[in-house]
Design a protein around this ligand. Structure first.
Ligand code: VGL
Ligand code: ZN
Length: 241
């Protein structure tokens, strides 16, 4: 929707002739406006997911300076932390004879088994040191129920247990969700798709994410995100309002 401020900008730029009655200046330039109703969700930028960590995502550390820069243009930022019990059901170590990246069937569906990672209170679960977003307003922890995984920051893998994030964002008047972080094909993708389910306008900032890519998961996740109406953008597409 065209708000008053954008209307004035558009008028000022001479876009008011009726040719472009309903686009903002940023959109006219192919940009995505970041406004007061936008939130940046920075997913799982934790020691376990960067090189040297137990579930390291290739080049996962390289997105940190970019995320720091992008975050400065958002007045609303939420961080997430994967936060598992030591005996979490998603750990291969809990299933005798199983190896990481094998798939098993659990009551809530298929579960990829992972190396032990992001155990509550450990160094590996800490946010990466270089992450510098002092104005972040909320850190949401997920995956803390021993028997249920949670890639999504909104809803656990049982498809029904809420983390509360959707209600929090709605009560704060947020309408647009931008997602960055680790990993593109798991926690970023599931968070973005759940944001769509809750009717947020949703963007994944591709160059501010890195993927795990096991068994074709990266390509599959982009397909699923597209089908869900998630918009795939680059950091250069963002325009602070
Ligand atoms: C993640 C696998 C297991 C993620 C978390 O942050 O994408 N992936 N736990
Ligand atoms: Zn996890």
């Amino acid at each position: 929707m065209l708000d008053r401020r954008h209307m004035m900008l558009a008028l000022g730029a001479g876009l008011s002739t009726g040719l472009f009655p309903s686009i903002t200046l940023a959109q006219a330039a192919g940009k995505v406006p970041v406004d007061a109703k936008s939130v940046l969700i920075v997913v799982d930028v934790q020691n376990c997911f960067v090189p040297g960590g137990s579930l390291a995502v290739k080049d996962g550390d390289q997105i940190v300076p970019l995320i720091n820069r992008i975050a400065k243009t958002f007045r609303n930022v939420v961080l997430t932390q994967d936060w598992h019990t030591p005996d979490h059901v998603s750990f291969a170590s809990q299933h005798g004879g199983r190896k990481p990246f094998e798939v098993i069937s659990l009551p809530y569906g298929e579960q990829i088994l992972w190396p032990d990672h992001c155990v509550q209170g450990t160094e590996g679960a800490q946010l990466v040191k270089g992450l510098d977003i002092p104005h972040a307003q909320l850190i949401i922890r997920k995956g803390f129920h021993k028997d249920v995984d949670s890639y999504s920051a909104f809803t656990e893998a049982d498809g029904k247990t809420s983390t509360g994030l959707g209600g929090y964002l709605k009560q704060r008047g947020i309408q647009r969700v931008f997602v960055a972080g680790l990993a593109t094909d798991f926690c970023v993708a599931w968070t973005a798709m759940d944001a769509r389910k809750q009717e947020f306008e949703t963007f994944v900032i591709e160059d501010a994410c890195r993927g795990i890519d096991t068994q074709g998961s990266l390509a599959k996740s982009w397909e699923a995100m597209k089908a869900a109406g998630v918009q795939r953008i680059q950091s250069g597409d963002l325009a602070p309002a």
